[in-house]
Design a protein around this ligand. Structure first.
Ligand SMILES: *Cc1c(COP(=O)(O)O)cnc(C)c1O
Length: 393
């Protein structure tokens, strides 16, 4: 690759942003296989196998629609397949991604009630219960929740949100964005009664960007029969029909599907429960480092710390983007930027996907040195505190 004026570095780049994540060599090799005829028998066999093997990651026995798309596309698919113009949806301001999804619903002609938030907490189940109980006419058609808010490092408690909807006796559909949690954080589409789960390829699934997912409940399929928002490309119906014989109504992202097959194999080999435990442990080590440095973690509720990324909040006197650029230049490591109203105020350490203890140790060593180089007064006890968590196993 032409690097222009950038310094060249030896060794591997540290891509420690919360998506896209590092793509394992095995997955890259799978993607490098020759593209085949997507209308031939070999492709149909591949699709049928994948559509079956992808279900456990969502915790579902129902259909999963796979789009050649970004996560944003899969967001749109969830809305346009199930809702009609002017219908009410309830959303929560947990951070940048929740805000973008709200904006999309707004542009699509839905009436969004957006419950304000301080970008340091997840969706409050009590607020869900309260809003739905107040909606006596059952005008709210859907509740939109971002499971893991990637801009803040806060994970909402979906089972408690489900319980709140049930306690209110409200029939609203439940939509959950699992774009940065799928394959990294325990998630159960069926058990938690989620109607549409939105996912994509480039975060916990360890793939390059380019695949979007909708896991769809029977209730969502029934809603789709009367939904009137305009849709064509995103329409589930022709896709699900074609999928029955292992086909697509358009040219699918064949090579990314090869990659998905390999990524699912890797998750299977490690075991999903072990994958989830690894992410929780790495998040604990990261928080030990941040606290050891004497810095503040953005997530304000101990029940909601994200297993996949940690957002570090800096004082007004520091520019988080400056620190990130020093770390990129000196140590060839990319960290996540503050998004939206957190621009310049936070940096985000991604610890999801294909990662091990030493990847994390190296990451945190780079962050500590970068903070020192940027003139942030940090206690050097941060890194050893993280290593202690890793050593304990
Ligand atoms: C990354 C992300 C998105 C956006 O996905 P794109 O593939 O960039 O469209 C949406 N929601 C969350 C929670 C994300 O982390």
């Amino acid at each position: 690759m032409e690097t222009g004026a950038l310094t060249t570095h030896s060794g591997r780049h540290f891509l420690q942003i919360p998506g896209p994540t590092n793509v394992p060599d095995r997955v890259l090799r799978a993607i490098a296989q020759p593209t085949i005829d997507h209308r031939g028998p070999q492709f149909a066999e591949l699709t049928l196998d994948l559509l079956r093997r992808v279900k456990p990651v969502f915790g579902t026995n129902g259909p999963v629609v796979i789009y050649p798309s970004s996560g944003t596309g899969a967001w749109e698919a969830a809305l346009v397949n199930t809702l009609s113009p002017g219908e009410k949806v309830l959303a929560f301001e947990t951070g940048h991604f929740a805000t973008l999804w709200r904006d999309m619903a707004d542009r699509l002609g839905l009436a969004v009630e957006f419950v304000p938030g301080d970008w340091r907490r997840g969706v409050d189940p009590a607020a869900v219960a309260e809003r739905l109980a107040a909606d006596k006419e059952h005008g709210i058609a859907a509740v939109m929740v971002v499971h893991n808010e990637t801009s803040t490092g806060v994970t909402s408690r979906v089972p408690e949100i489900r319980a709140a909807i049930d306690a209110a006796g409200h029939p609203a559909l439940l939509f959950v964005d699992t774009i940065s949690s799928l394959g990294s954080i325990d998630y159960r589409h069926d058990e938690w009664g989620v109607d549409v789960t939105v996912g994509c390829s480039q975060k916990g699934l360890m793939l390059p960007p380019g695949l979007g997912f909708n896991a769809v409940s029977a209730k969502a399929l029934r809603a789709a029969e009367k939904a009137r928002l305009v849709k064509s490309y995103w329409d589930w119906t022709p896709i699900l029909e074609a999928n029955e014989s292992g086909n697509y109504p358009y040219t699918p992202a064949t090579n990314l599907l090869y990659g998905l097959g390999e990524a699912l194999r890797m998750l299977d080999e490690e075991g999903l429960a072990n994958v989830f435990a690894r992410h929780i442990r790495h998040a604990e080590a990261t928080r030990a480092a941040v606290r050891g440095w004497g810095l503040e973690i953005l997530c304000a509720d101990d029940r909601e710390h994200s297993p996949v990324l940690t957002a570090v909040l800096l004082g007004e006197e520091h520019d988080a983007d400056k620190i990130r650029s020093i770390i990129l230049e000196r140590f060839d490591m990319s960290l996540g930027a503050g998004l939206g109203r957190l621009t310049g105020r936070v940096f985000r350490i991604g610890h999801l996907g294909d990662l091990n203890d030493l990847t994390l140790a190296g990451t945190l060593a780079g962050v500590q040195m970068g903070l020192e180089l940027a003139g942030v007064a940090v206690d050097q006890a941060g890194l050893p505190a993280a290593l202690e968590v890793l050593r304990a196993g």
